[in-house]
Design a protein around this ligand. Structure first.
Ligand SMILES: Cc1cc2nc3c(=O)[nH]c(=O)nc-3n(C[C@H](O)[C@H](O)[C@H](O)COP(=O)(O)O)c2cc1C
Length: 143
């Protein structure tokens, strides 16, 4: 893999911290990483990247954030993403990860190559959580 794009939405910085740790790990694997907030991203970034990590916390009632992330994901659903290596990640609080299960199911339908289960961390990632993100970032970049 040569290049990876990480696109995320984050209100209070928890998912952003995960994104930064994923980036760190991926860079360790020697790939070039582009990190973008979803508001600054276009779906072409997804189409042209060798691999994509998408991050969004659980919002609404176990939903993706509705103003930016939901429309962005919906815009990907009309594209051919078969075989695209993809990693989903995000922070949550009181739920049980339902938003990630549903998001995973949705992306699976597109035929993407999902890396493991979605990477979820409750609230602010601690050092262990950040290390997990770094490890997964490195592993994902090494596929
Ligand atoms: C409006 C709103 C709705 C939320 N809904 C859920 C939810 O349904 N389930 C859950 O586990 N956490 C929910 N949360 C908690 C966030 O997912 C959690 O605070 C997360 O760490 C925020 O990530 P961020 O710092 O990247 O924005 C909600 C938070 C807000 C502000």
């Amino acid at each position: 893999m040569k290049n990876m794009t990480i696109i995320y939405w984050s209100a209070t910085g928890n998912t952003e911290a995960m994104a930064l740790a994923l980036e760190e790990g991926a860079k360790k694997a020697g790939v070039s990483v582009k990190l973008l907030e979803v508001g600054n991203a276009s779906k072409e970034e997804v189409l042209k990247a060798d691999a994509v990590a998408l991050g969004c916390p659980s919002m609404g009632a176990e939903e993706l954030e509705e103003e930016e992330m939901e429309p962005f994901i919906a815009s990907l659903e009309v594209e051919n993403l078969k075989g695209k290596p993809m990693l989903l990640f995000g922070s949550y609080d009181w739920g049980d990860g339902q938003w990630m299960r549903e998001w995973t199911e949705r992306m699976t339908k597109l035929g993407v190559l999902l890396m493991e289960d979605g990477l979820i961390i409750q609230n602010t990632p601690d050092e262990d959580g950040l290390n997990k993100c770094r490890e997964i970032g490195e592993k994902f970049a090494s596929i």
